[in-house]
Ligand binder design. Sequence first.
Ligand code: GDP
Length: 364
Amino acid sequence: MAKICSGCGAQIQSSDPKRPGYVPPELLSRENVICQRCFKISHYNQLTPVTVNPDHFNNLLKKIGQEKALVVKIIDLFDFNGTMLPGFARLMRFNPVVVAVNKIDLLPRVNWGRIKEWIKRQIETLGMKPVDLVFVSGANGSGIRELLSAIRNHRQGRDVYLVGAANVGKSTLINQILNYIDQEADLKLTTSRFPGTTLDLIAIPLKDGTVLYDTPGVISGEQMTHYLSAEDLKLVLPQKPLKPKIYQLNPQQTLFFGGLARLDFIAGVRSSFVCYMADSLPIHRSKLERADRLYRRHLGGLLHPPRAQALSNWGPLEKHTFQLDESADLVIAGLGWVAFKGEKGEVTLHAPQGVKVLKRTTLI
Ligand code: GDP
């Protein structure tokens, strides 16, 4: 019979550390096992990321949607469109939702008032009506106090669920919250199982008898990060404030973002393209007429990531063409965005199949 973690109720497995119920193989034979994640939370006040597939995640959201609970939805500012989670607004229509926009340390010198308005408009068009919107950084701890006070203000005795896509920075953020909670000592920290289910939730009991639940992150096929190995992922996820890289392009020029994606400036007048991507991601400029050949020859080498060892899983890129008639952001979910600063043009983006690619009004 399959073993169950006595902390969270997830089925015990030892094949994938990022999935619920992971136990190192050498501990599998023990009688009473607790998964690595529950072990860390109970011993070190620390959460590790756990991911599940979209079907499982949607079932989880459905259940939460039936609870009288406050939901904190964590969005990654760097991958705003890839981490909005389609279907969330519908499933959570009866719950009060606090939106926590994470990784704000990546944009140090911007007009936050303007960015807040931009985010509110985007969220509205997706049908969400949050009760509050807070800016946070799990990396440097800013905004944690505001987030906790938003939770206090809006929960009115209800349980709280923290929800987010994989890589939004949920575990980093929760670890900050746990530290804060610990310091303030008004909340107690233990692990317990969600009653009657195996939803892979971690329960953090609060002093007043209610519970803060951490949910697993969903692996969204729309994010670039979903297609990368752990080593390549490090080059793509920015750790330091973004330094925009500006390219003046003539029509019929191409930019390669490693070998992961590509932008062709098909038609228009000479214009600026400002790239907001991780510093560690190499960008190459070439002539459009040479671009296909360059890609065939140098994918995995000069044009990396993906690194050569990961090429066996790498399929052809898919094309998306956009007509531009004002400044706009061209987004490749999970990889970042390119701000077109011009009046008119035609651009083709190439990205792995399934990865969300879109045009939006400029963020910055
Ligand atoms: P999870 O999958 O949602 O639990 O995300 P993690 O907490 O594991 O973080 C995913 C990636 O984002 C890691 O590379 C983190 O270092 C990075 N990260 C997490 N929080 C922040 C943040 O506030 N700012 C920045 N710049 N990076 C962050």
